[in-house]
Design a protein around this ligand. Sequence first.
Ligand code: MFK
Length: 139
Amino acid sequence: MELLQDRIKDNNNMCFGCSQANPIGLKLKFTLDGEICRTEFEAKEEHQGWNGYMHGGLIAALLDETMAWWLWFNDISIMTAEMTTRYSYGVPINTRLVVESWCEEVKRGRLYLMAGRIILPDGKVAVRANAKFMKTELK
Ligand SMILES: CCCCCCCCCC(=O)SCCNC(=O)CCNC(=O)[C@H](O)C(C)(C)COP(=O)(O)OP(=O)(O)OC[C@H]1O[C@@H](n2cnc3c(N)ncnc32)[C@H](O)[C@@H]1OP(=O)(O)O
């Protein structure tokens, strides 16, 4: 397994998902394990929607960020162009979550079809996502 995130030396990074300096951010850290990008997260009270469960918009942010990081690890700068999420089970707070992403297809050299999922400690997949990311010149 390769831990690549520490190679990024952008001290101005205030990304809500991955900056370690953003005081209200998720402070995610990622690894690339073969073809799978992965992070772990434990939602707290401030991440709730319904009592006891993580807010659906923040769940989508977790998945968006994890799919985006697969592309960053592969040196591809992107913007999210489209995303769908399928919420199969509530995501409980105070519970270790594993978030994974991978690339399913690249179209016309510029449109990356990505997938992601959130796995609960008992192995159930609580949420699945599919997204289209467009290669840009951001980097
Ligand atoms: C260290 C820091 C790490 C940070 C990680 C950040 C992770 C977070 C990632 C995000 O959440 S990014 C924020 C949310 N996304 C945005 O704000 C994106 C806003 N939209 C855009 O910037 C542009 O619309 C976009 C870059 C997605 C596309 O604009 P372009 O001008 O490059 O493309 P254009 O609209 O000309 O379309 C090019 C082709 O793609 C097609 N296309 C566009 N959107 C599409 C779509 N959604 N699905 C399929 N095809 C699409 C479009 O029809 C067209 O087809 P043709 O070439 O055949 O004419």
